[in-house]
Design a protein around this ligand. Structure first.
Ligand code: R2B
Length: 305
């Protein structure tokens, strides 16, 4: 008797096991003779994308090119891969927009700062995964962020990415109209990440909402930009409201990241560590010291129901 095969939804399927596929959502792509991934310096005509990337299972993205190279070298060692870490080369070296490193099944890519920059990268990444016929890919933003009421160094696993009004949504203007997309992330993946962090000593980790702003200074309630249109009290009031709405960290990419993962059937999380006093931007200290109790402490890890 032929074995009963189940597809990704647990339903019976005829003849093969269908795994989770990466879905581009653009009917125009099918009729294009060539797809050029401009900012990666890759194309379907000049590169064999299935051969180069077909085995990718994890994509980790972060702001800076140097950090993503260091991360690739770290993963190379962790996976005990053959070859010299110094030989890992930037696949996008023909462009200085983004850097990309492949180590075994892990792709490490820089995305720059802010929604527009990561959004361009995600469009091309998702097309790349689709062209390469990748299956079961998990996508992580492993960036930096400013903590709200958390000790520096705390890792925040994103429950929901929220906008500056604490709404779990991303607004994209398309042809002069606003399209609203949900920014809810895969709950099971968030739980798995929390479980992994529990196995690593001295890694304070919480699950919370990540607020995505379109500005690093005024947009994040900072008092040290070239412009500041609010008082310290107004800033504190806003951060207090953010905390009440479940926000535990602030960064600049998570809403579009979450929205695109969701639409394209990718499991993802915008996991970031809160910057500490040894880092260049003392955002956490600034926010944390200013927050009156009970905000000026690290809450216990929040577990999803
Ligand atoms: C975190 O750090 C950057 C700003 O310094 C930005 O990309 C972010 O989200």
């Amino acid at each position: 008797m032929a074995p009963i095969l189940l597809n990704s939804m647990g339903n019976e399927h005829n003849g093969y096991i269908e795994q989770e596929k990466v879905y581009v959502k653009n009917p125009h792509l099918d009729s294009m003779e060539e797809d050029i991934l401009y900012h990666f310096n890759l194309s379907t005509k000049t590169h064999n994308l299935p051969e180069m990337f077909g085995d990718i299972k994890f994509v980790c993205v972060g702001g800076s090119a140097n950090r993503m190279k260091a991360f690739a070298q770290f993963i190379h060692q962790e996976l005990n891969l053959q070859g010299n870490v110094d030989d890992i080369r930037d696949i996008c070296e023909g462009t200085d927009r983004y850097s990309m490193y492949k180590v075994g099944p892990v792709l490490s890519i820089s995305h720059g700062m802010g929604v527009p920059s990561i959004s361009i990268m995600l469009h091309e990444l998702i097309k790349l995964l689709d062209h390469a016929r990748c299956r079961d890919v998990n996508l992580f933003r492993i960036g930096t962020s400013g903590g709200v009421g958390l000790a520096p160094g705390t890792v925040v696993i994103t429950d929901k990415a929220v906008d500056s009004f604490f709404r779990p949504q991303f607004e994209q203007v398309v042809l002069g109209k606003v399209i609203v997309r949900s920014t809810e992330l895969d709950e099971e993946l968030a739980r798995d990440l929390l479980q992994c962090s529990a196995e690593i000593p001295n890694l304070p980790t919480v699950i919370g909402n990540t607020m995505c702003t379109h500005d690093f200074y005024e947009g994040q309630g900072r008092l040290d930009g070239a412009l500041c249109s609010f008082s310290t009290e107004e800033k504190l009031e806003y951060l207090r409201k953010a905390h009440e709405a479940g926000v535990r960290n602030i960064e600049m990419e998570s809403t579009v990241f979450a929205a695109m993962c969701r639409v394209c059937n990718l499991k993802g999380n915008a996991t970031s560590s809160c910057q500490g006093p040894t880092h260049r931007h003392p955002r956490v200290l600034q926010h944390r010291q200013d927050l009156p109790k009970p905000y000026n402490h690290t809450p216990n890890a929040v577990t999803l129901q």
